[in-house]
Design a protein around this ligand. Structure first.
Ligand code: KIV
Ligand code: ZN
Length: 518
């Protein structure tokens, strides 16, 4: 399959599974996803999300729980009136007023649910099984009598005895229910158990089976896929895996796995996944961890030298899919593990660096990454400029050996330096208005000549107290020679002294070249 580089071991698994040719996608970002603590979408956000889901190609949008409020009812109705290709579904308990709220919201499908596990029947509904079944059947009749599609859920199905599940599902099927949804309400399943349960249901039911898995143990996607392998042909998913507690099965991961691993058609335009994820991330204000599969920032990012080398030689060495397939871009990231190839790749389009310069940039990027975890493009650009402009090591006449700076609220900033000038050791101290000024004075005194600091510019490249800064200085010697020095670092004082040393070395280098030419 083009652009997919998954394991050959999946072939036999596919062959012995009961996979449907097509899996239908019911997205519940606007209902279960909005139940994520702290998430509340505005009407405009809901419309934008619904449109994006439609563009993605989902089959059904569960747009809300209309009985909740007049506002929810009107929002679901507004979404329905958008005229999308996707069917619009509303959630309802097995009670008339909930179903009426769905009807007035003009939905195509009503998703009715009633709890069937002992815990829920006894402590939540305070009802016996027969009474719950009676309500389920009445609700099914009511939905069907209004000419609407009916999807039925046994809430907490996965903690309900299988005989009871069969009783509920076969009974509602006889009354015309169109889809049987199996919620793993508190995410207590694992893939093999899910496969077994869905196989049992599949052999007894005629209507399509749907999976609704929660992620309490991090298995929502795996369980959803196991259900599909057992013959379920609809999946309930949410963008970014939003949902109660640990969330629901993520749409991105589920449909990509269905496509790449099981070759089950979903009708989803995978190349819009990243875009859809970003939209929901912004609207929900729930930020994805960078390592979130498929759509996370790091899903196609490479930092370690060996990986970068491999990916640049042949992308599938370290990528199971092409990033473009899911609307992503490959990123080569700079950091502690960056190797020569990563830096070379990063800078090759902008700069023409020699091998030695690349090695110098790599060394500086790695050193910087030890205290600044995330290296951004500007950091690398600054480092490249520093390396490009620096005096070659062999030509450096002034070298800094040691510095000590003392500053505080009740003492005069004082610095002492030890440096070598023409291989001769020089030691001196100075005081100043601040630590950098004290250092500049100490360096001048050690060199025994007046060097004026014409310009000093300090700039933080990125935010935060661990931010990287660039220091740019211009110095002038007594003969009016000037030179610029640039340094990048996480420590302002050290970056300042490096920039001063850089400019001094340039002045000395100019002076030497001038003497040689005379
Ligand atoms: O998780 C769940 O049980 C649900 C039901 C309403 C289907 O979301
Ligand atoms: Zn749920």
């Amino acid at each position: 399959m083009e652009g997919v580089f998954v394991s050959d071991f999946i072939g036999p698994v596919r062959a012995r599974s009961n996979l449907p040719e097509r899996a239908y996608v019911l997205d519940t970002t606007l209902r279960d996803g909005e139940q994520t603590p702290g998430v509340c979408f505005t009407l405009e956000e809901k419309i934008a999300i619904a449109r994006k889901l439609d563009e993605l190609g989902v089959d059904v949008i569960e747009a809300g729980f209309p009985v909740n409020s007049d506002e929810e009812r009107s929002t679901v109705r507004t979404i329905k009136r958008e005229g999308l290709k996707a069917k619009i579904c509303g959630l309802a308990r097995c009670v008339t007023k909930d179903i009426d709220a769905c009807i007035t919201s003009e939905v195509d499908r009503v998703h009715i649910f009633i709890a069937t596990s002992d815990i829920h029947l006894k402590y939540k509904l305070r009802m016996d099984e027969d009474k719950a079944l009676e309500q389920a059947l009445a609700a099914t009749d009511y939905v069907k009598a209004h000419g609407l599609e009916c999807e039925f859920s046994c809430e907490d199905a996965t903690r309900t005895p299988v005989e009871r599940l069969l009783r509920f599902y076969t009974s509602v099927e006889e009354r015309g229910a169109d889809v049987h949804n199996v919620p793993d309400t508190v995410g207590v399943m694992e893939p093999e158990a899910t496969f077994e349960l869905i196989s049992r249901l599949k052999s007894a039911l005629k209507k399509p089976i749907s999976m609704h898995c929660h992620n309490d143990f991090g298995l929502a996607v795996a369980n959803t896929l196991a259900g599909v392998k057992a013959g379920a042909s609809q999946v309930h998913v949410t963008i970014n895996g939003l949902g109660e507690r640990g969330g629901n099965a993520s749409l991105e991961q589920t449909v990509t796995a269905l496509h790449a691993m099981y070759r089950v058609e979903t009708g989803i335009r995978l190349n819009l996944l990243k875009e859809a994820s970003k939209l929901v991330e912004r609207a929900s204000m729930i930020h994805l961890p960078p390592n979130f599969p498929i759509v996370g920032e790091n899903a196609f990012a490479h930092e370690a030298g060996i990986h970068v080398h491999g990916v640049l030689a042949k992308a599938e060495s370290y990528e199971p899919l092409t990033p473009e397939m899911v609307g992503q871009k490959r990123r080569i990231v700079m950091g502690k593990h960056t190797g020569k190839h990563g830096v070379a790749n990063f800078v090759k389009e902008k700069y023409n660096l020699t091998d030695d310069q690349i090695a110098a940039v790599v060394e500086k990027v790695r050193a910087l990454a030890i205290h600044k975890k995330k290296i951004i493009e500007d950091d690398v650009n600054a480092i490249v400029n520093e390396v490009l402009g620096s005096v070659p090591d062999a030509e450096r006449l002034v070298r800094l050996e040691e510095i000590l700076v003392v500053t505080g609220n009740k003492i005069t900033p004082t610095a002492s330096v030890q440096l070598t000038h023409n291989n001769q050791k020089r030691v001196a101290a100075g005081i100043g208005t601040g630590p950098v000024d004290a250092l500049a004075k100490a360096i001048q005194s050690a060199l025994g000549e007046e060097i004026r600091l014409l310009n000093y510019k300090l700039e933080a490249i990125s935010g935060g107290t661990d931010s990287l800064c660039t220091v740019e200085v211009v110095t002038e010697d007594k003969d009016g020679r000037t030179a610029m020095g640039l340094a990048v670092g996480g420590d302002i004082v050290m970056a300042s002294v490096s920039a001063i040393m850089e400019s001094l070395n340039r002045i000395y280098s100019k002076r030497m070249k001038c003497q040689q030419s005379q």
